[in-house]
Design a protein around this ligand. Structure first.
Ligand SMILES: [Zn+2]
Length: 469
C-alpha cells in the first residue's frame, strides 16, 4: 500500500495497491466533526468520515478509466455520501448509509455491465492517511493561534499553561532519576539520645557505624561531654545569617546596595560590621561577630530592610524563636521536657516546606532544607534537653565556656594592642608575647587583690634647674 503525493502543495494523490491503483484530486479536504457526531466506516478499518469533503477519483485503464467526484456532507449529524459521475458529472447517486452503499448505487447505474466494482472506501479516498493527518493538523490549528497572532495576554496564558504542563511532566519523571524516599538521617520523628558507650569504642574502634579511629579523649565517657550554650548560640546564629545571605545571593539581590543597607542597619543596632571581597575567589567575606553582637543581630536586625515584608516576617519568627530557645537554655528553671518540645517545634519551623507551584501567586516559599541542619542544630534539638535532665543539679550554664571565651578575647586584644607580637627586633631582653601577657595578668591580679587603684598617673620627668651658689 502506497501513497505518492506532495500534498498539500499538489492536490493529486496517487494510491497504489497490488491489483488496483487510484488517482485522487483533493477538491475540499474536509474536517472531522466533533466527537459527538463523528461517524466511522465499518470495522475493521473504522476510518473517520470527514464533513464538507469533495474528492475527484480516477481509476481503471484506457477505455475502462472512470473519473467521479465524491462528496460527503453531514446532515442531521449523519454523513451523506454522494457520487457525481458522467462527462460533466451531471449524474449523481446518494446514500445516507455508507460509502460502499453509495459506490454500489453508482456501479448499478453506470458500470455494472462492465463488471468492475470498487469499494466505497477507495472510491471516497477515506483510507488516505495524508488527508487524515492534514485534518487533524487543521483541527489543532483551529484551536491554537500562531504565535505572532497572539495578544500579550494570550501569550502569558500560554506560557503559564506550558509551564504547568511541564512541571506536571517533570514531577512525573523526577522519581525515575532521584530517590524521593526520606533518608534515615532526615527522620525527624526519631528520638536521638546518647546511646553509644566509650568502652565499646576503646575495645573496638569501629564498633559503631561511622567510627573508624581510636577516640581522641577515650578517658571521658560520652555522656560527660557537654554542649556549650555559648557555641550553640554562636554557631547557629552564624548558620541563620549565612542562610539569609545565601537567599539574597540566590535571588540576585546581594549587590552593593544590599550590602550598604546591611552595614547601615548594623550601624543602627550598634554593631561594627563590614563586607570585603576576596581578591582571588571574588567571594564576599564579612566581619565575624562577637557573641554580644550576634545577640543584637539575632534580636534587632530589621529584616524588612532586605527582604519582602512577608518573607521578613517568616525569617524574623524563626530568629525570635531561636533567641527564646537560647534564653531558655541558659535558664536553670527550664523544664527539660518543655525545652525538648520547643526545640522540636523550632526545627519544624526551620524546615517549613514550600507550598504550591513556584512562580505562581499561590506559591508559598518555605524556609530551609534538611541538609541545612548543622551538627549544632542537631545538638540543640535532640541533646540539650537530655543534658538538662542529666545535669539538672547544676544547670547548663554552670558549664558555660563564655568566661573562657571572654578571657581569650581579652588576651587576643592585649596581644594586638600592648605586646610586641613576638617581633620587635629580636633583642635578647625581649620577652615573648605570651610572657608579656602572663606578666600583665599577674600585675592585674596583684592590683585587684591589693585594691590598688589602676588610674595612677604615669611617671613624669621633671627638670630641676640648679642655681649657682
Ligand atoms: Zn546526636
Amino acid at each position: 500500500m502506497e501513497e505518492i503525493h506532495n500534498y498539500p502543495f499538489n492536490s493529486v494523490i496517487k494510491f497504489k495497491q497490488p491489483g488496483r491503483s487510484f488517482s485522487y484530486k483533493v477538491i475540499k479536504e474536509g474536517t472531522y466533526p466533533n466527537k459527538e457526531s463523528l461517524a466511522y466506516t465499518l470495522p475493521p478499518n473504522k476510518y473517520r468520515i470527514p464533513d464538507d469533503y469533495i474528492i475527484e477519483t480516477t481509476w481503471g485503464r484506457s477505455t475502462n478509466q472512470y473519473t467521479v467526484q465524491c462528496f460527503i456532507n453531514y446532515n442531521d449529524n449523519k454523513p451523506v455520501f454522494q457520487v457525481w459521475y458522467g462527462k460533466c458529472f451531471e449524474y449523481r447517486v446518494s446514500s445516507v448509509k455508507t460509502a460502499t452503499d453509495a459506490a454500489n448505487l453508482f456501479h448499478k447505474h453506470y458500470t455494472s455491465q462492465k463488471g468492475t466494482k470498487t469499494s466505497g472506501i477507495y472510491l471516497f479516498g477515506l483510507q488516505l492517511k495524508i488527508l487524515d493527518k492534514a485534518r487533524d493538523r487543521k483541527r489543532c490549528a483551529h484551536v491554537l493561534k500562531q504565535i505572532d497572532q497572539c495578544s500579550n495576554s494570550t501569550l502569558t496564558r500560554r506560557a503559564t499553561s506550558t509551564g504547568k504542563h511541564m512541571i506536571t511532566k517533570f514531577n512525573e519523571e523526577v522519581p525515575k532519576f532521584y530517590n524521593m524516599e526520606e533518608i534515615p538521617q532526615g527522620n525527624l520523628s526519631k528520638e536521638w539520645t546518647i546511646n553509644k558507650n566509650i568502652n565499646k569504642l576503646i575495645e573496638k574502634n569501629n564498633y559503631y557505624e561511622g567510627h573508624s579511629r581510636k577516640p581522641l579523649f577515650d578517658m571521658i565517657p560520652l555522656d560527660h561531654w557537654l554542649p556549650d550554650e555559648l557555641h550553640v548560640m554562636l554557631r547557629i546564629t552564624d548558620r541563620l545569617w549565612s542562610l539569609l545571605i545565601a537567599e539574597l545571593v540566590e535571588q540576585n539581590s546581594f549587590n552593593d546596595t544590599a550590602r550598604k543597607i546591611i552595614i547601615d542597619e548594623m550601624k543602627k543596632i550598634k554593631v561594627n560590621f563590614q563586607f570585603w571581597q576576596d581578591q582571588g575567589s571574588k567571594t564576599w567575606n564579612y566581619t565575624s561577630l562577637m557573641g554580644n553582637d550576634k545577640l543584637k543581630v539575632l534580636q534587632f536586625f530589621d529584616l524588612t530592610k532586605i527582604l519582602s515584608r512577608r518573607r521578613a516576617a517568616i525569617v524574623r519568627d524563626l530568629w525570635d524563636k531561636f533567641y527564646e530557645l537560647y534564653i531558655k537554655m541558659k535558664d536553670p528553671t527550664t523544664n527539660a521536657e518543655d525545652f525538648k518540645n520547643d526545640a522540636k517545634n523550632w526545627l519544624t519551623l526551620f524546615l517549613t516546606p514550600s507550598e504550591g507551584i513556584p512562580n505562581t501567586r499561590e506559591f508559598k516559599k518555605g524556609l530551609y532544607q534538611p541538609d541545612n541542619i548543622t551538627p549544632y542544630i542537631h545538638v540543640l534539638v535532640y541533646h540539650i534537653s537530655e543534658f538538662m535532665t542529666i545535669h539538672h543539679k547544676w544547670g547548663l550554664k554552670a558549664f558555660s565556656c563564655s568566661g573562657i571565651e571572654k578571657k581569650n578575647h581579652e588576651q587576643v586584644s592585649y596581644f594586638f594592642r600592648k605586646t610586641m607580637k613576638d617581633g620587635g627586633g629580636k633583642k635578647k631582653s625581649q620577652s615573648s608575647a605570651i610572657v608579656e601577657i602572663l606578666q600583665h595578668e599577674n600585675r592585674t591580679l596583684f592590683y585587684n587583690h591589693n585594691n590598688i587603684p589602676l588610674n595612677c598617673q604615669n611617671p613624669k620627668t621633671i627638670h630641676i634647674k640648679t642655681q649657682d651658689i
